[in-house]
Design a protein around this ligand. Sequence first.
Ligand SMILES: Cc1ncc(C[n+]2csc(CCOP(=O)(O)OP(=O)(O)O)c2C)c(N)n1
Ligand code: SF4
Length: 264
Amino acid sequence: MVMLAPEQQLEKLVYERPSSLEMCHTHYCPGCTHGVAHRLIAEVIDELGIQERTILVAPVGCAVFAYNYFNVDAAEAAHGRAPAMATGIKRVNPNSIVFTYQGDGDLASIGLAEAVHAASRGEQLTVIFINNAIYGMTGGQMAPTSLSGQITTSSPNGREVLSTGQPMHVAEMMAGLPGVVYSVRRSLHDARHVIQAKQAIKTAFEAQMQGLGFSIVELLSSCPTNWGLNPLDAVHWVRDQMIPVFPLGDYKVADALQSKRARS
Ligand SMILES: Cc1ncc(C[n+]2csc(CCOP(=O)(O)OP(=O)(O)O)c2C)c(N)n1
Ligand code: SF4
């Protein structure tokens, strides 16, 4: 076969599936940004060259089958228990890179204790926290992160903050714990923010690779199905309704990571 110089080639590769993603269809609904989050994590794992030593701890929630979608070793935790399971996995395999992938029902509700204690202990883990303001898998019940007045199947008249509290701010809360070295919030609602989200995921994994402590990236994510919106309106809802309540930003970046970012 005649090899053409790059400038003579008619086809240019613009998309390649990360090796850390399996070649399969996911069960996510059209327009759901769980898939975007998966793609970003897989790209980061590939770019950091850690596929062979990365272990996912999957949640219960819409991402329950994440272990089928990532081409890395994986374990499935009971609902909310991923940080506890990840703690054990990391402690017996200190050279592995362990991450949990958890929704807001999983992390901020039933599994809040496991998440907060793992963070407080400064476990060498990375948590990817998907905040879609609702319980997706079970049919759209209110989550700790549901917005004030948000209509869900368990708050048909809108979330009443006097009886159910204000939306929980996980990235800010985690930042207050000494064991946490990196806690930020990003959004998946448009291309610019997706690129920023990827950079944060990379920094979070790098924090673990350097043995600095617990890192968490909160990602504002869409659930068009349970919000009753089409995919475009759903990402606009993230932008217009969620971001004012959950401001994007860096809530904690340890000095060791700051100086690395300044050097790069
Ligand atoms: C011990 C236990 N309690 C409750 C459930 C039911 N349950 C399954 S998924 C889920 C909520 C998932 O919501 P979230 O973590 O926000 O993830 P999403 O589906 O939105 O991605 C609940 C309550 C369960 N599987 N196990
Ligand atoms: S129910 Fe919501 S979170 Fe779950 S896959 Fe569908 S759109 Fe995504």
